[in-house]
Design a protein around this ligand. Structure first.
Ligand SMILES: Cc1cc2nc3c(=O)[nH]c(=O)nc-3n(C[C@H](O)[C@H](O)[C@H](O)COP(=O)(O)OP(=O)(O)OC[C@H]3O[C@@H](n4cnc5c(N)ncnc54)[C@H](O)[C@@H]3O)c2cc1C
Length: 639
C-alpha cells in the first residue's frame, strides 16, 4: 500500500502557496553546490527546471535523447499559453482561471494545485517576456490575446502558431547560460534507462549513450523527471515520433505510483489519417477555432464542393448544440461531437471521418491578410501536407490522440512516492484532472520548472544527510546488470516481426478499446488482447544489432515493450473508473444528450497504481479529492 500524503497546505486557498513556501526549508547559497540534481528531459519543463536549479547554484546534470535540448517535443506546441493577466479587461482573474481549469478538468484534479497554477500564470508571462520571447502584440505594443476552448475570456498569449518553439528558445537560452557557467552538465543523445534506489530514496540513474551504446552510471541527491507524455501508446498521435513512456514505466517499476493513466486527451482538430502506413498525425491548433467555423453537410449523400453547399445545407453542429461556447467548447466535447456526426454518416473526405474547419466567414469579415497574419505557419503546414489552400477551401480535420493527463503521482511539492524523485510537466499527473484546457500545458510546464521545483527541491535536499556515495556502490552495479539483462533478453528473441508493426497493432487495440469512448466490454477485450500481443513481442520480435553500439532497433524495442505493459495499465484504470468524466467517456454513463456523467460519490479520487511485480496485478490506491474552495458543479457549455 502506498502512502499518499499530498502535503496539502492548510488555510484559505488564496494564501496557500505563499504560506507553504514560507514553511519550506531552504539550502543556503554556499551549500547548494554540494548537491547534485539530475534533470531527465529538456523540454519546457526540464529546460526551465534545469536552468533555474542550476542558476541557484546546485550541480545539475540534464539529459535528453535528442541531439540538442531545443529539439524536445515542446517545440511543436502551437497555439499558446494561458495567463490570467486580464489585459483584455474582459473580467479575467486568478479565480476565474482556477474555476475554468477545475471545471474543464471535470473536478478530477486537486484544487490546491489548480489554484497555484492559476496564481503563477501571470509571472510566467513576465519571465518569458524578459527572456525576449516574441509574443504577438497589438498595434500599440501591448501583448495580444486570443481565446481557447472552455472559456469566455481571451487569456491566451501566443507567438503565431509556434508558441512552444519560442518559449523553448527562451528556456533553452537560460539553460545554455547555465551550461556555459558549468552549473549544468548537458548530456544529449542519452537515454535514461533505470533508477538506483538506496534505502528507499532515489540515488542515481543508469543511462545509455545512444551513439556509442555505452552504459553509464550517474549518482544523485535528487532526480527530476521531465520526460513528457505517453500519447504514442496509441501509435498514431500528434506527439513527436520519439515521445514514449519508458522513463515513467521504469520509475513505476521501482516504486513510483502511476496516477490516472487512462486520462487521455483526444484533440478535435488534427489532419485526418490518410492511410495505414502513416506514422504520426499533424495537429491543427485549437486557436484556429477562434476564426474557423466547424460544420458538416446536413445531407448524408452530399456530393457538392464545400464552397457550393449553401448555408441552409450546412450543419454548424457545435454552434447549434452549444450556443454559448459554440466552436470554442472544450476539446473533449468538440472531439466527441465530431465523432458523433461522422458516425451519423455526415463526415467528409475519403474515409468519412472528417469535418470542415472553415475560414470563409472570417476572411470575408476581416480580410485574408488579417486572418493569415494570425495563423500563417499553420496554414502553410496544412497546405504542404494536403495540397489544399485553407484560405480557399475549408480544412478537413478529425480528432486525434494528443495529450496525457495521467502521469507519475506527485505531492504538492511535485515529489513522487519515491523520496528524492520529482516529476514535472506532462510527466506528472498534474493539474488538469480528466481533461486539459488548451494552452494550459505550457503554463503548467513552466510553472513547475521556473517557480515550483526550484523551491520545493531545496526543502527535500536540506533534510538529506550528505554521504560519500559513488557509482562504485553495489546498488549501481546491480541495476546496471539488470539493464544489460533486459537488453540481452530483447536481442536474443531473434523473431520475424518488426517492433513497429507490433506497436501499430497495439495502437489499434488502444484506439478501438480504450479510445475516444470506452465500455466495460471494450476494455475487457483490450485487456485480453494486449497480453497476447506482448507474448508475440517476446517470442517473435525482430531486434537487430548489438547493445554496445548505435542501435535504434533496440532503442525502439525497449520503448515498445514498455508501451505494451503500459497499455494494459491504462485499460485497467479505464475499466475500474466506472464513471464518465472529462475525456474519459464510459458509454454506460452519459446524459441523454451524450455528455459525460460523473459519479462523485464513488469516484472523486485520483487513482494511483502501485507495481506489485512482474505478472502481478497492480494495486489501486486512492487519493480522495476535496472540493472546499469551489463546490462541485456539473459542466455545462450550452447555456
Ligand atoms: C502538436 C502539439 C501542439 C501543442 N500545442 C500546445 C499549445 O499550444 N499550448 C499548450 O499549452 N500545450 C500544447 N501542447 C502540449 C505541450 O506541447 C506539451 O504538453 C509540453 O510541451 C510537454 O513538455 P514537457 O517538458 O513535459 O515534455 P517534452 O517537451 O516532451 O520533453 C520531454 C523531454 O524528455 C526527454 N526524455 C524522455 N524520456 C527520456 C529518457 N528516458 N532519457 C532521457 N531523456 C528523456 C526528451 O529527450 C525531451 O527532452 C501541444 C502538443 C502537441 C503534440
Amino acid at each position: 500500500m502506498l502512502t499518499l500524503d499530498a502535503k496539502l497546505p492548510q488555510g484559505p486557498i488564496e494564501d496557500a502557496w505563499t504560506n507553504h513556501k514560507d514553511q519550506l526549508r531552504l539550502v543556503g547559497p554556499k551549500n547548494r553546490s554540494k548537491y547534485k540534481v539530475l534533470v531527465i528531459g529538456s523540454g519546457l519543463s526540464g529546460a526551465s527546471a534545469a536552468a533555474s536549479i542550476g542558476a541557484m547554484g546546485y550541480q545539475v546534470e540534464c539529459f535528453c535523447f535528442q541531439d540538442s535540448p531545443r529539439r524536445a517535443h515542446s517545440i511543436a506546441a502551437q497555439g499558446g499559453i494561458n495567463a490570467s493577466k486580464n489585459y483584455r479587461n474582459d473580467g479575467d482573474s486568478t479565480w476565474r482561471l482556477f474555476v475554468d481549469t477545475q471545471k474543464g478538468g471535470d473536478f478530477r484534479a486537486r484544487e490546491e494545485n489548480v489554484y497555484r497554477l492559476a496564481e503563477l500564470s501571470t509571472a510566467i508571462i513576465d519571465q518569458a517576456v524578459s527572456q525576449g520571447v516574441p509574443f504577438a502584440r497589438e498595434y500599440g505594443g501591448k501583448l495580444a490575446n486570443r481565446s481557447f476552448g472552455g472559456v469566455l475570456v481571451e487569456r491566451t498569449f501566443y507567438c503565431r502558431g509556434e508558441t512552444g518553439q519560442q518559449l523553448l528558445l527562451g528556456a533553452y537560452q537560460a539553460l545554455e547560460e547555465q551550461i556555459a557557467a558549468k552549473t549544468v552538465n548537458m548530456q544529449t543523445r542519452t537515454e535514461v534507462l533505470d533508477y538506483v534506489i538506496i534505502d528507499g530514496k532515489v540515488r542515481g540513474v543508469i543511462s545509455r549513450d545512444l551513439v556509442t551504446g555505452e552504459i553509464k552510471r550517474h549518482v544523485a541527491d535528487a532526480v527530476v523527471l521531465a520526460t513528457g507524455g505517453y500519447g504514442n501508446v496509441y501509435y498514431l498521435s500528434t506527439n513527436a515520433k520519439n515521445c514514449n513512456v519508458s522513463a515513467l514505466m521504469r520509475a513505476y517499476r521501482r516504486g513510483a505510483g502511476f496516477a490516472n493513466p487512462c486520462f487521455t486527451q483526444i484533440h478535435p482538430t488534427s489532419i485526418p489519417a490518410s492511410g495505414d502506413y502513416q506514422s504520426k498525425l499533424t495537429l491543427m491548433s485549437e486557436s484556429l477555432r477562434n476564426d474557423g467555423r466547424i460544420w458538416v453537410p446536413r445531407n448524408k449523400d452530399e456530393k457538392r464542393k464545400p464552397s457550393d453547399i449553401p448555408e441552409a445545407d450546412r450543419y454548424y453542429y457545435l454552434e447549434e448544440r452549444y450556443p454559448r461556447y459554440g466552436n470554442l467548447v472544450p476539446r473533449d466535447v468538440a472531439a466527441r461531437n465530431a465523432k458523433d456526426v461522422c458516425d451519423q454518416g455526415l463526415g467528409v473526405g475519403p474515409t468519412g471521418y472528417g469535418v470542415y474547419l472553415d475560414f470563409a466567414a472570417a476572411i470575408e469579415q476581416k480580410g485574408v491578410d488579417a486572418v493569415k497574419s494570425k495563423y500563417a505557419n499553420l496554414f502553410e503546414m496544412y497546405e504542404r501536407i494536403t495540397d489544399d489552400d485553407p484560405t480557399k477551401t475549408p480544412m478537413r480535420i478529425f480528432p486525434a490522440v494528443h495529450y496525457t493527463m495521467g502521469g507519475l503521482w506527485v505531492d504538492y511539492n511535485l515529489m513522487t512516492t519515491i523520496p528524492g524523485m520529482f516529476a514535472v510537466g506532462e510527466a506528472n499527473f498534474a493539474d488538469h484532472g480528466a481533461n486539459r484546457l488548451g494552452a494550459s500545458s505550457l503554463m503548467q510546464c513552466l510553472a513547475d520548472g521556473y517557480f515550483i521545483i526550484p523551491v520545493t527541491i531545496g526543502n527535500y535536499l536540506s533534510g538529506l544527510e550528505k554521504d560519500n556515495l559513488t557509482t562504485d556502490d553495489e546498488h549501481f552495479a546491480k541495476v546496471e546488470a539488470e539493464v544489460r539483462d533486459h537488453a540481452n533478453k530483447m536481442l536474443s528473441i531473434k523473431g520475424k516481426r518488426s517492433t513497429n508493426s507490433i506497436h501499430r497493432e497495439l495502437g489499434k487495440i488502444m484506439w478501438e478499446h480504450c479510445g475516444i469512448q470506452r465500455t466495460e466490454a471494450s476494455l475487457k477485450e483490450g485487456l485480453k488482447k494486449i497480453p497476447e500481443l506482448r507474448e508475440e513481442f517476446w517470442n517473435n520480435a525482430s531486434i537487430l544489432g548489438v547493445n554496445e553500439s548505435m542501435n535504434q532497433s533496440m532503442e525502439h524495442a525497449g520503448r515498445v515493450a514498455d508501451f505494451l505493459d503500459f497499455g494494459e495499465l491504462m485499460c485497467r484504470d479505464a475499466l475500474l473508473r466506472d464513471e464518465s468524466c472529462g475525456c474519459h467517456l464510459r458509454e454506460e454513463h452519459q446524459t441523454p444528450e451524450g455528455e459525460a456523467k460523473r459519479n462523485d460519490e464513488d469516484f472523486a479520487y485520483t487513482a494511483v497504481f502501485e507495481y506489485k511485480g512482474e505478472g502481478e496485478e497492480p494495486e489501486l490506491n486512492k487519493e480522495p479529492l476535496n472540493f472546499e474552495a469551489l463546490p462541485l458543479m456539473t459542466r455545462n457549455y450550452k447555456s
